[in-house]
Design a protein around this ligand. Structure first.
Ligand SMILES: *Cc1c(COP(=O)(O)O)cnc(C)c1O
Length: 414
């Protein structure tokens, strides 16, 4: 006994999936063949061609004067970061380990910047030695960097991370506005800049990041305008001309059933207008948009194998060898307020119409380990492969891999 599936239009990620002979293709490789190549499940696979296509799309819409940074915390695996090193203009890192991943690539050091509220003395000393840009998140961090710079006889490039007096509304994660652990409140920045001017630090500009995961172009454009206004106002208090303006990002991707993709065209047009203002008011500024999930999220697939199929009082459960220990975000436990399903499919039955409602669960002994609740799927059997789309960002590195002690998944690029 199973209930009939509800019919919704296919998620854009599923609609855009490439399929041959009923199998999902990841970088032209049929998924069962990829599983055979890797030799085990579960795995994450990242599609190079999709990364290339995404960057090309961004370049088509964004004006040439806007530089594109990749925020490594979205997906820090070295193969991905190396690949992106040739495609983007800079990297944002949020730990000394991410800094090393960035420095292992051909990206010039001056194009790597380090943000994060809790940089330790050791991390900051390493960043000073490395010669990367340091985003100062507090007055205390500024003084510590000045001390470390004096000890090393270096004059590091620093930017002030500003906690704006506005926020990115309807975003997945708000990281600016109100009280925040990130950055320095905008109203305190003029005084901080006065002190910065008396220290032996190379002030280069500002980092203003208001939030994440936004799908509404109008809201993004509004925040970008406010960000540029704020930077222009603060530049009047700066000890040197602004040469670096990291205006954040926040471009979202559709995860959930009713999400629709962000329309890049108006965002690009708005940035073109803003680039003219920046050129007039801060002619030396290198303007940066920093993106994480928008670059890598849709290029990643998480694939797990069904190891049991069972029914419980009328509900079908497909039990997989994966779970939240690999993909916390898909289980709904990574910053979601209401649990909603990531797009999932039976990767080796892509041509078969849904005929039942089933829940896809992981192998952990906790009810939290739900990869997809009550989704319309074709009938799936033990041995079939479940794919979770939109898994390229905040996947494995954002998951509690030690929980219950199961093996870690493989990660490959295709
Ligand atoms: C996490 C983070 C990003 C990337 O956010 P996405 O939503 O993945 O684009 C960019 N900038 C900063 C400062 C961040 O902390």
């Amino acid at each position: 006994m199973t209930s009939a599936p509800e019919t919704l239009p296919p998620h854009p990620a599923i609609a855009a999936a490439r399929v041959a002979d009923g199998e999902l293709l990841i970088g032209d490789v049929p998924v069962t063949r990829l599983a055979a190549q890797i030799g085990r499940t579960p795995f994450y696979a990242y599609d190079r061609a999709r990364l290339d296509a995404r960057i090309a799309e961004l370049r088509r819409h964004l004006p040439e004067s806007i530089h594109l940074n990749y925020a490594i915390k979205a997906n820090p695996i070295p193969a991905v970061v190396q690949h992106l090193a040739r495609l983007v203009d800079g990297f944002d890192v949020a730990s000394a380990r991410e800094m090393q991943v960035a420095l292992d690539t051909p990206m010039p050091r001056a194009r790597v910047s380090f943000a994060g509220p809790g940089k330790t003395r050791d991390e900051l000393a390493r960043a000073v030695a490395a010669g990367i840009v340091i985003a100062l998140e507090s007055e205390g961090q500024m003084r510590l960097v000045a001390d470390l710079a004096a000890e090393q006889g270096l004059r590091p490039a620093v930017a002030v991370r500003v906690n704006p007096d506005f926020e990115l509304k309807s975003s997945g994660m708000r990281m600016g506005g109100g009280s925040q652990q990130f950055g320095v409140d905008a109203e305190r920045v003029p005084q901080m800049l006065g002190e910065l001017g008396r220290l032996d630090l190379d002030f280069i500009g500002f980092h203003i990041f208001a939030g994440s995961q936004n799908l509404d172009a109008d809201i993004l454009c509004d925040v970008q305008r406010k960000t540029v206004d704020l930077a222009i106002a603060l530049a009047r208090h700066a000890p040197a001309p602004v040469r670096h303006l990291n205006m954040g990002g926040g471009f979202g991707i559709p995860y959930f059933p009713k999400d629709r993709p962000l329309d890049l065209a108006p965002v690009g047009d708005n940035l073109a207008t803003l680039a003219e203002r920046i050129a007039a008011e801060m002619p030396q500024a290198r303007t940066i948009v920093e993106l994480g999930r928008y670059i890598v999220g849709e290029a990643g697939f998480y694939v797990a194998r069904i190891i049991d199929r069972k029914e419980s009082r009328g509900q079908v459960f497909l039990v997989t060898d994966g779970g939240l220990h690999h993909h916390l975000a898909a289980s709904g436990n990574f910053g979601q307020v209401i649990r909603r399903n990531y797009p999932v499919a039976i990767a080796n039955r892509m041509d078969t119409a849904p005929c039942e409602t089933a829940s896809v669960v992981g192998c952990l002994c906790t009810p939290l380990d739900l990869l997809a609740g009550k989704v319309a799927l074709p009938r799936a059997e033990v041995g079939d492969l479940v794919v979770v789309f939109q898994s390229g960002a905040y996947g494995l590195s954002a998951s509690p891999t030690a929980f219950l002690g199961h093996p870690e998944p493989a990660e490959v690029m295709v």
